[in-house]
Structure formats: structure tokens, C-alpha cells
Design a binder for this molecule. Structure first.
Ligand SMILES: [Mg+2]
Length: 189
């Protein structure tokens, strides 16, 4: 149980008194370790396609900043997967068009595709990792599987009529922010 703060104390991070070794009891050591250890860094980025990276599978208009966004994703995550309701064959055709037009990097042609079923994008469909290792990028909250809300990073749906769309730039900032306080990549490898 958290002790109640004294009324007059202004609780800002700057005014917190650093704990000394003398303050540490066995139970608070445990608590401290939990508090101070940076959270595990997500290593898998699951990307939605329609209204996230492009308009739709029909119109296939690339979102502004797509190339830079994908390039940055590759720098930040060891593993990138596509988690979309568009069938794989169709997705590969779209990826081919996007790389041919140089609006997506070449690796996007062979990016891992997740086969899944059901009403939600259950991250357990992604083999070889834990749900906590994955961040899902999607414009639709309804696709987020119950209990996996923490793994979701929302992106504003792309409307190709909005030529000033900044969705992917905003998303990059969100991703970087999300990773900033996690353990360094490869610390345990
Ligand atoms: Mg979508």
C-alpha cells in the first residue's frame, strides 16, 4: 500500500529525495528493483497496412513520409511484420508497386507477413516472441485484442484527401518516445 503523501509536500520528480542505502530494507529493495529496472524493449513491430501505411488496398496511395517511416522502423526494431486483413498475395503486389515507385525500401518486398484469423489482431499469432515484445501499429481500436491494449500504438487513419497528412511523422515520434526509457537494445544478447 502506498503511504498517503503529507498534504503540504509538492510531489514533483525534481523534489524527490534520493534514497540512501540505509533506507533500504529487504522489501523495499525488491520494490526499488521493480521501479528502477527499465521495461523490456519491444523488439517486434507489427504494422497495419490500410489507412496506416497506404490509403486502401484498392487505391494504394502511399502515405506521405512512408519511405522515411519504414527506414526508421528498421533502425528501431530488429523484426518488422505486417499484420493486415489484406490477403498475402495482394499485399505482396502492393509491396512490389510501392518499392517500384521507390516509396518503400526494398526490404519491404520480403517483409514477414502474419497469417491470422478472428476479429482482432491477437499478437499471439506472431511466432517466436512474447506478446510484450510486440508493438502493434493500427488506426483501428477495434482490432486490438483484449488484454493487449498496452502493446497498441494508435495512428490516425490516413485520408489521402489530406495532402498535409503528418500521421507517420507523429507516429515516429510516438515510437521513439515509447522506446526511450526501455532497456538498451541487445543488452541481454
Ligand atoms: Mg487500418
Amino acid at each position: 500500500m502506498k503511504p498517503t503523501k503529507p498534504e503540504r509536500q509538492v510531489a514533483t520528480p525534481q523534489t524527490r529525495t534520493p534514497r540512501t542505502a540505509g533506507d533500504i530494507t529487504s522489501s523495499s529493495t525488491e520494490k526499488l528493483t521493480q521501479d528502477s529496472a527499465p521495461p523490456r524493449r519491444p523488439t517486434v513491430l507489427a504494422l497495419d497496412l490500410e489507412f496506416t501505411l497506404i490509403s486502401s488496398a484498392v487505391s494504394q496511395i502511399p502515405r506521405p513520409g512512408l519511405f522515411s517511416f519504414l527506414k526508421r522502423c528498421k533502425e528501431l526494431f530488429p523484426r518488422i511484420v505486417i499484420f493486415t486483413s489484406v490477403p498475402e498475395g495482394r499485399f505482396r503486389e502492393i509491396a512490389k508497386t510501392l518499392t517500384n515507385e521507390s516509396v518503400a525500401p526494398d526490404w519491404f518486398l520480403e517483409v514477414e507477413y502474419i497469417s491470422w484469423s478472428g476479429a482482432t489482431k491477437d499478437l499471439r499469432f506472431i511466432d517466436g516472441c512474447d506478446v510484450e515484445d510486440v508493438l502493434l501499429i493500427d488506426d483501428l481500436a477495434s482490432y486490438v485484442h483484449e488484454g493487449q491494449e498496452k502493446q497498441w500504438i494508435a495512428v490516425e487513419a490516413f485520408d489521402p484527401r489530406n495532402s498535409g497528412d503528418l500521421g507517420l511523422g507523429d507516429l515516429t515520434a510516438k515510437l521513439e518516445q515509447r522506446l526511450i526509457n526501455t532497456e538498451p537494445l541487445g543488452i541481454n544478447s
